[in-house]
Design a protein around this ligand. Structure first.
Ligand code: ADP
Ligand code: MG
Length: 268
């Protein structure tokens, strides 16, 4: 999509030809009262170009922090993150903001739409802040792909949760990013709407070869990915391929076994 934009972001397309996203020994600490909490502890992870990865883990295991450092929303205290060969630590604040806007699409559990704007204006906002505009035919295309073409003039409060998340995904895609990061994207949705959002993310991966990283604690969501990385206490506990599981039930059972075994070890 968007020939006009593609020419403005020459690296975005080339980036889909095999380069990857690399996290090297990243540590992130937060101050909580008088103590420091290590949300990420020397975590290393490589994500292949065009891969669909799910990050699982209990609440507080560092999933959101990982997504935030990947998106350049927060700086790691130690370690390096590179996206398509760009070391984020080499960018200054404004370069990082520009990089993020053009190269990364972000999707959150709470949709984060602007309530006073129509769906159409929410979607095109990332371009408007950069003084760019989207030809209406391309907006229509994008809306149709996401099944929200009849919702474009509605404000968020007139939309269902599933529709709001589709608008948020359209907004994430409007800059044609190679990388889409989603933090519990189905966490506020009923299971049918949630599965539809998962199907959509899977299509973005399969048909458009985008790299997708989804944070979730739900096996029924993680099952849509190719690979699952499990975090625990800011570290990678284990990882496995979803193709080794016949369905979300067997995946959930395996996940429970891993977590239980770890709990037993800690208790011992
Ligand atoms: P998850 O998304 O897996 O639930 P988070 O990444 O949100 O986990 O949090 C990991 C750890 O870091 C938790 O102990 C959490 O309390 C802490 N943490 C995260 N963000 C902050 C913050 N802004 N200030 C202080 N502590 C934080
Ligand atoms: Mg979280």
């Amino acid at each position: 999509m968007m020939t006009q934009l593609a020419s403005e972001t020459p690296t975005a397309r080339g980036a889909r030809s095999g380069e990857s996203l690399r996290i090297e020994r990243v540590t992130k600490r937060f101050k909580q009262g008088d103590t420091w909490v290590e949300a990420l502890r020397e975590i290393s992870l490589t994500i292949q170009q065009g891969e669909f990865l799910a990050v699982m883990g209990a609440s507080g295991s560092g999933k959101s922090t990982l997504l935030h450092v990947l998106a350049g929303l927060t700086w790691p205290d130690e370690g390096h993150i590179s996206i398509d060969g760009t070391d984020l630590s080499r960018l200054n604040d404004s370069q990082l903001t520009s990089f993020r806007r053009r190269r990364i699409g972000l999707v959150f559990q709470a949709f984060n739409l602007i309530p006073t704007l129509s769906a159409a204006d929410n979607i095109t906002l990332p371009l408007m802040v950069e003084g760019r505009r989207l030809p209406s035919a391309e907006l229509e295309n994008l809306a149709r792909r996401l099944g929200i073409e009849n919702r474009m003039h509605h404000r968020p409060d007139a939309l269902s949760g599933g529709e709001q998340q589709r608008v948020a995904i359209a907004r994430a895609l409007v800059t044609d990013p190679a990388l889409v990061l989603a933090d519990e994207p189905t966490g506020s949705l009923d299971s049918v709407s949630g599965q539809n959002i998962c199907r959509l993310l899977r299509e973005l991966h399969e048909q458009e070869k985008r790299t997708i990283v989804v944070v979730t604690h739900e096996p029924t969501v993680a099952m849509w990915a190719e690979r699952i990385v499990v975090l625990r206490d800011g570290r990678v506990l284990t990882e496995f391929a979803t193709r080794d599981f016949s369905d979300a039930h067997s995946l959930a059972a395996h996940y429970q076994d891993i977590v239980q075994a770890q709990d037993d070890e800690v208790a011992r």
